[in-house]
Design a protein around this ligand. Structure first.
Ligand SMILES: [Zn+2]
Length: 306
């Protein structure tokens, strides 16, 4: 085959003879080019798409990592909360013991819910699952509630006890005195008949200070024909004390007084045969043996007996 090439500018013609081997070479070169192009395209395609899927995988991995981190953070928070709760329970237990000791109350061991199997004691940050952690937190929260209730009860009993102690007439109303007539039946010192002595007598010199046996409010402070100058003190809960035959009254009705506060002086006013303090304790108006109350104080044992 002959191809004639004509150059327009040079006005010359050139003849190229194409032999079959030239065609073979050309075909081979052409095929090679196609194959090369195809391979290149395929490689590029696969490489680029692979890179794309890698991108997707990478972002997925990051998402998973973030989620894992979030879960880990939450677990960490839960574990921290668990540790705090355990510390709280221990603290409340110690507080309960101390408060019960102070109040002189026998403390019943608070019910403790069962911990997770194999758990207990100090918190070991073992890799607990979220469910286990939540269960443990719930359990300890209940324990904290139980202990809080128990402490509130202890506190109220403690306060009650303290208030009662403060209002109990246990302080000796007159210090420098001899024990006179006791509480109970005796022959009346004036009429000589058998009569009920509703208090106890303290024999002391006129003018010896008389003090309140407990905190209270003065009910009355006035002269009365039988008891002479008399002071009645209300200690609450139906409990009252009476101080009779006083030579002097130092308080007024309605005033609040403290245990040991001066309310008057020993005398012999009213139906009395000599200088003494007649002291009564009444519960809802009914005379009680004052010795039962005074014995709870320390001073009564030291009172001189004749
Ligand atoms: Zn008396």
């Amino acid at each position: 085959m002959q191809i004639i090439l004509v150059s327009r500018h040079l006005k010359v013609a050139r003849t190229i003879t194409i032999m079959p081997r030239h065609l073979v070479i050309a075909s081979f070169a052409f095929l090679s080019l196609i194959m090369f192009t195809a391979t290149l395209t395929s490689w590029l395609t696969s490489h680029v798409s692979h890179a794309g899927s890698e991108d997707v995988a990478l972002s997925q991995q990051q998402e998973t990592h973030k989620a894992q981190q979030f879960v880990n953070n939450n677990l960490q928070l839960m574990a921290t909360r668990l540790g705090e709760l355990q510390a709280q329970v221990l603290h409340l237990d110690t507080l309960g013991e101390r408060l019960a000791g102070l109040a002189g109350i026998k403390r019943e061991a608070p019910p403790v819910s069962a911990p997770l199997p194999g758990q207990g004691g100090a918190f070991v940050p073992a890799p607990l699952g979220a469910d286990e952690l939540q269960r443990e937190i719930d359990r300890l929260s209940r324990d904290v509630d139980v202990r809080t209730d128990e402490l509130a009860l202890l506190e109220s009993r403690f306060l009650e006890k303290r208030v009662k102690e403060r209002l109990m007439p246990t302080t000796l109303p007159v210090k420098e005195a001899f024990l006179g007539s006791p509480f109970g039946h005796r022959s009346d010192p004036i009429l000589g008949q058998r009569a009920m002595h509703e208090g106890i007598d303290f024999n002391a010199e006129t003018g010896t200070p008389v003090v309140a046996a407990a905190d209270g409010v003065v009910l009355s402070a006035a002269y009365q024909s039988d008891f002479g100058n008399m002071v009645d003190v209300d200690h609450g809960d139906g409990l009252t004390t009476r101080y009779a035959h006083l030579s002097r009254i130092n308080v007024k009705a309605g005033s609040m007084i403290k245990r040991g506060e001066l309310i008057g002086a020993v005398g012999s006013t009213g139906r009395s045969t000599g200088s003494h303090l007649h002291f009564e304790v009444r519960m809802l108006g009914v005379a009680q043996n004052p010795a039962h109350f005074l014995k709870q104080g320390e001073e009564f044992a030291l009172v001189k007996r004749r």
